[in-house]
Design a protein around this ligand. Sequence first.
Ligand SMILES: *Cc1c(COP(=O)(O)O)cnc(C)c1O
Length: 404
Amino acid sequence: MFNVETIRKDFPILSRKVNGKPLVYFDNAATSQTPQQVIDAIVDYYSNYNANIHRGVHTLSQEATDKYEQARQKIQAHFNAKHAHEIIFTSGTTHGINLVANGFSSLLTKDDEIIVSALEHHSNIVPWQMLCERTGASLKVIPMNQDGELVISEFDNLLSNKTKLVFVNHISNALGTINPIEYIIKQAHLVGAAVLIDGAQSTPHIKPDVQALDVDFYVASAHKMCGPTGQGMLYGKEAWLKKLPPYQGGGEMIAEVTFEKTTYADLPHKFEAGTPNICGGIAFGAAVDYMNAIGFDAIAAYEHELLEYATKQLLTIEGLTIYGTSKHKTSVISFNLDGIHPYDVGTILDKLGIAVRTGHHCAQPIMNFYSIPGTVRASFAFYNTKAEIDALVTGVKKAKMMLS
Ligand SMILES: *Cc1c(COP(=O)(O)O)cnc(C)c1O
């Protein structure tokens, strides 16, 4: 049974105070908090078997290698990838996207087209713009509507046999909209385009099945799903990963090196040059174990309850506008108070111990669409409570009174 009070005991940080008030942490879409089970995995690594992997004959190195590769298998099972070597450990979503964008440099020409969506995070816009500059290919954008949903009929119009790549986030970090990626993947494949899905915001809430989705690439960050920062994963279909050239050169990614020619290592090592974040990979595995033990169905159901409750309570405040009103969304609420800058609201909330995000959320095109400088964003995780939402609503009312 899902019991939020029991779950909260796993997170030491949730019992601290901020500005003399109990912490209310509603910035989960930027980074999630870390349960003791993951902290223990990190401490265990550095206390007991810290060593470099894949090269040592000694015991510590073998233990570290085993644990690191076991973590890869956990991630493989979690995402239902066909092979463990289709999981590339990265430093995060941004790294995974850049790895793929770089790999496509040699595969695109000036007549090719890349489609992205109006709902993207900057880390899913800039690497494609750079790829277009390198190759001469052009970037097309699926537009959005007032509810913060993609206009899918426009996507159908943009698709053609010139389309080589489609990049969409599974869930928008700024608005919480869940995008219809099943449809997008199916349609893109009809014209022979590859699809990369940015799962940074979906993986904290749902358990994607990359084989059922038939997606070509899927990327995520550990730190948004109870894991450590500086760690993430790229799933790629084996055939694509074999086709793409390596991203970085260095140790661990080679089979044989001479000054005339170097041959590359097999997957996944071809994409993992240098000493990786060994502890991070192992802790990522521990985070996935932790979340699966709670269960993603229970997590999604509880977070939906929080979303409905918070939406209803916040809308009782006069002059408050919520941006992102799709029926298909996760527990993210972006809002503003009439005539009040989001930064000022965030500052007052912080004084009350409430952590929210303010600003453009690395998604300036969305802010431009609504003609606003930014929003206040409250994003909920499965360890948040309705009492914390009540504290937020009281805090927003107070901010409104002080600032208007
Ligand atoms: C956070 C986020 C990213 C970037 O993740 P990093 O961990 O900073 O690399 C990319 N896309 C979305 C949708 C995000 O929410």
